[in-house]
Ligand binder design. Structure first.
Ligand code: URA
Length: 235
């Protein structure tokens, strides 16, 4: 099979190198800070062949930058987006400037708290969000009423949602109206919709684990680097 040549726009080459966001990259390119094969290029959409072209930023050749993986404990009330036209807080308000080019792997609803991974490794992110890889995510749910054992069993077996049946889940009751659910898909508002399918509502939702990685003693609103073994455990 023929290998695909690694051809990307200049803007993407810079953002994928992990030095900044695509918006920042466009700005730097327009400012003439980027050279390709020795020539200043101001068109962010210029095609670059990564096997042939030499790209330099501020005179320094672009090397593969280190991959970064952060684990953030998102509080509720923060959006998983880069910016919000309504000015609501976003997860980037919780990160130091140097980490603002990282992107979230999947998203959590505004009202959901818990674990979110941020990285500049697109292959890793794609893998983690691809339902075929079945990376389990565990949520602690506080429901608006006590769900019966039969109802919890329905969550385990799969419930019918407008976008199809959910995959089998692991469900463990932890208190009368609280349970942990582990799912291997990441559909939009999935846990909330599963609970709503049982005529209840989610009062509180916390993602307590991604694969084998749990919140542990990570403080809410804080981030830490993932250890190499943790990253491996997700692959
Ligand atoms: N399920 C939801 O309903 N919301 C989330 O944020 C994550 C999973």
């Amino acid at each position: 099979m023929q290998r695909k040549r690694p051809i990307k726009t200049l803007e993407r080459v810079l953002s994928k190198a992990g030095i900044g966001s695509r918006t920042e990259a466009r700005k730097w390119i327009a400012e003439g800070r980027v050279r390709v094969n020795g020539h200043v290029i101001t068109n962010p959409d210029e095609w670059i062949d990564l096997e042939r072209d030499r790209v330099a930023f501020d005179g320094k050749p672009l090397r593969k930058t280190e991959r970064t993986y952060l684990l953030l404990y998102k509080p509720k009330g923060y959006l998983t987006t880069y910016s919000d036209p309504q000015g609501r807080p976003t997860i980037y308000d919780l990160l130091p400037d140097r980490d603002r080019y990282l992107f979230p792997v999947g998203r959590l609803d505004l009202e959901t708290s818990g674990l979110l991974i941020l990285t500049n490794d697109t292959a890793f992110a794609e893998r983690l969000t691809n339902p075929d890889f079945k990376v389990p995510k565990t949520y602690l749910v506080k429901a608006s009423k006590v769900l019966t054992d039969d109802q919890l069993e329905r969550l385990r077996q799969g419930v019918g949602l407008r976008d199809g049946m959910t995959r089998p889940a692991i469900v463990n009751r932890v208190a009368a109206n609280k349970f942990e659910i582990t799912i291997t898909e990441g559909r939009n508002r999935q846990v909330r919709r599963m609970v709503e399918a049982l005529d209840a509502k989610v009062l509180k939702l916390v993602r307590v684990a991604i694969g084998p990685i749990r919140i542990g003693n990570l403080q809410i609103g804080k981030a830490r680097k993932l250890a190499a073994a943790e990253i491996k455990s997700l692959m």
